[in-house]
Design a protein. Structure first.
Lengths: 168, 287
């Protein structure tokens, strides 16, 4: 029986209190114990960025974080960015600009870029590219991800287009 | 790709951390986790105990005291990059941080962690070597200062005992270096990956003549290297293109490590290139 520890944290604004095995990564905790499977695991050693979540608003690799370490923290996963009836401007822009194909890298792209836009509401294309330098995408060639981010900048500044209806 | 079982400890004070490390066998210190966690996931390291320093007060932050810039070992890389004191007194650190990993790893990774992990390609130890800094380490009974030039005891092996913790990095400040020029340049297969060769340059000139030059290489040898001969050669000279070329050639003498991405001679050639580019940038007309 492996050692456990009780943690309390906020996950997507909801208070969570759980007993976790100390060797459990945050990624596995989110996916297997909290049921938030939006966070993806590509490499489990910190190189692909798919598992990126926000810890107190800062992006971090959940495969390199132990669940026990987020005790007292505010965790945001891709599920916390928008809600069922309204996507976040960044998510909407990814949809409008085809910023994803298979979607595997998308949770990491969205969380990382959410942090970028919070700190820098008017980034240049090269700043966007630099921000996602730690996120690997095997499908899009990155072009539409960058394009979607620039579109999200406009959505945030000028408002989302009328047609931004959410599909089921 | 999951960490093996271990016991977790969360000291709430430095004394408690010292006591834990003094009594536990096969313990590892967890700082930002950006090196330890991948090594544990790969099971390259299998500690019986993990001592998490993230709740230990007094280990992070930046200050100036007695003509020394003191950087707490647990200061996160992203916080260093945004720190005014660092920008003013040790700007090469800020240059180098742009090359360190990615935003997600800089948000967690600490300067003490980089030093204690001592990857040959790590940028921060090279910068710290350029600034002739010391590292304060301590255990239950005493604190001691280790010169950065004696920090590497071997490949990925810092001169720190198992029961010791890195406390701070101390960069001496001098009037002579006030407002110095600086530049970091590296070549890696992808931005943020481990460098095949990187160079940090600290440069002071008076009336266009070099009065102080420090060149530190990362990723070429097993630990950061200072190009002492090149530095001495440059004193009193004006940095023309030819002189910069001559200085850069000294990098060829550094023994290059070989790996799957670059053999020894290729690394040595890269070393010359990165020194030339960093020096050209530092000697240039400024931003
Ligand atoms: S799964 Fe975490 S970085 Fe790849
Ligand atoms: S959309 Fe498939 S990996 Fe990025």
């Amino acid at each position: 029986m492996s050692e456990t520890w009780t943690i309390k944290c906020l996950i997507n604004e909801k208070p969570v209190e759980r007993e976790v095995s100390v060797r459990l990564t945050l990624a596995d905790f989110l996916r297997h114990e909290v049921g938030l499977t939006g966070t993806h695991l590509g490499c489990e050693h910190g190189v692909c960025g798919a598992c990126t979540v926000l810890l107190d608003g800062r992006s971090a690799r959940s495969c390199l974080t132990l669940a026990v370490q987020v005790d007292g923290m505010n965790v945001t996963t891709v599920e916390g960015l928008g809600d069922k009836t309204r996507l976040s401007p960044l998510q909407q822009a990814f949809m409008d600009e085809h910023g994803l194909q298979c979607g595997f890298c998308t949770p990491g792209m969205l969380t990382t870029l959410t942090e970028l836009l919070a700190n820098n509401p008017d980034p240049s294309e090269s700043e966007v590219r630099l921000a996602i330098s730690g996120n690997i995408c095997r499908c899009t060639g990155y072009e539409n991800i960058v394009k979607a981010t620039m579109t999200a900048v406009r959505y945030i500044r000028d408002g989302m287009p009328e047609s931004s209806e959410v599909v089921d | 790709m999951k960490p093996p079982p271990f016991s977790y400890h969360r000291p709430a004070s430095l004394d408690e951390a010292f006591a834990l490390l003094g009594s536990l066998e096969n313990a590892k210190v967890l700082a930002g986790g950006q090196s330890l966690m991948p090594m544990m996931n790969y099971r390259y390291v299998m500690p019986d105990h993990v001592v998490d320093l993230n709740h230990c007060p007094g280990l992070s932050g930046v200050g100036v005291e007695d003509q020394t810039l003191i950087i707490g070992a647990m200061t996160r890389q992203c916080d260093l990059a945004a720190n005014d004191l660092v920008a003013r007194h040790a700007p090469l650190l800020v240059d180098a941080l742009h090359w360190v990993g990615h935003v997600q790893t800089r948000n967690r990774g600490t300067i003490g962690g980089s030093l204690s992990h001592l990857d040959p390609a790590a940028e921060l130890p090279a910068v710290i070597a350029a600034y002739d800094a010391t590292v304060t380490v301590g255990n239950e009974t005493a604190l001691r200062d280790v010169s950065i030039h004696e920090w590497a005891a071997g490949y990925m092996m810092p001169a720190i005992d198992e029961n010791e913790i890195a406390i701070s990095i101390n960069i001496p400040l001098s009037v002579e270096l006030d407002g110095h020029a600086h530049s970091f340049f590296e070549i890696a297969r992808r931005h943020g990956d481990f460098a095949q060769a990187g160079a940090g340059v600290v440069l002071q000139t008076v009336d266009d003549r070099v009065t102080d030059l420090r060149i530190a290489l990362a990723g070429v040898d097993i630990a950061p290297v200072r190009l002492r001969q090149a530095e001495e050669f440059a004193i009193g000279k004006s940095l023309t293109e030819d002189v910069i070329d001559e200085i850069a050639l000294f990098a060829k003498a550094v023994p290059g490590i070989a790996d799957v991405h670059a053999d020894e001679s290729y690394r040595q050639r890269l070393a010359v290139v990165v020194v030339r580019r960093a020096l050209t940038q530092a000697a240039g007309p400024g931003p």
